[in-house]
Design a binder for this molecule. Structure first.
Ligand SMILES: CC(C)(COP(=O)(O)OP(=O)(O)OC[C@H]1O[C@@H](n2cnc3c(N)ncnc32)[C@H](O)[C@@H]1OP(=O)(O)O)[C@@H](O)C(=O)NCCC(=O)NCCS
Length: 174
């Protein structure tokens, strides 16, 4: 794979995001989330109309990684509400196709996400990771995220334990 580029997304990228999510979820959660629950969650969270609607929201930013002109990864960032407690932007998703991983592209996607969150004035970037997704947890820790505590979510029929991480975006919060 070559010629990687990262750009922000529009509603017209809904199909590309959905296609990457379907393939990346299979390899990421195959051993962690049963197939029916994966399918149920994906159908809802990556529904094309829903993805297009998300792009109408002023607080959401999407990023698409393309390699040789083909979608190879995406990230979705929620800029957050300064009145929220705790305040900060939330990295809702970051998924690369297996063949696009381990080439520094995840780091570049994260840099684009961090730049957007910083320019929106967010003091923190939050991310919740499946608690048993060791590789991703180690990766976020290497990128400077600190473990904040446990959380729980639902994926299809499954209750899933999550690990919440935070990254300070302002020097005084370091
Ligand atoms: C987690 C994820 C986003 C990380 O992105 P990535 O592109 O694979 O990670 P990077 O390439 O930036 O960094 C990974 C390793 O590759 C190394 N690397 C960086 N550039 C490299 C290059 N040019 N050639 C070879 N290796 C390289 C990095 O040093 C790092 O190695 P280390 O962990 O030993 O330090 C990605 O693997 C992914 O999408 N995984 C599946 C989905 C997932 O788990 N998402 C997170 C859940 S929210």
């Amino acid at each position: 794979m070559s010629n990687p580029t990262i750009r922000t997304t529009t509603g017209a990228d809904a199909e590309a995001i959905q296609a990457v999510a379907m393939r990346a979820w299979e390899s990421t959660y195959r051993d962690l989330v049963p197939e029916p629950s994966r399918r149920q969650y994906l159908a809802k969270a990556y529904d094309l109309d829903w993805l297009r609607q998300c792009h109408q929201r002023p607080d959401l930013r999407g990023f698409l990684l393309e390699q040789d002109g083909q979608p190879a990864g995406f990230a979705m960032l929620s800029l957050g509400d300064p009145a929220e407690d705790p305040p900060g932007a939330v990295l809702r998703s970051l998924y690369l196709l297996p063949q696009a991983q381990q080439q520094g592209q995840g780091r570049k996607m994260l840099e684009a996400v961090i730049a957007a969150a910083r320019s929106a004035g967010a003091p923190w970037l939050w991310v919740a990771v499946h608690a048993e997704l060791k590789a991703a947890r180690v990766w976020y820790e290497k990128q400077g995220f600190a473990y904040d505590g446990p959380a729980e979510t639902t994926m299809g029929h499954e209750k899933v334990k999550m690990a919440v991480y935070r990254l300070p975006l302002r020097p005084r919060e370091l």
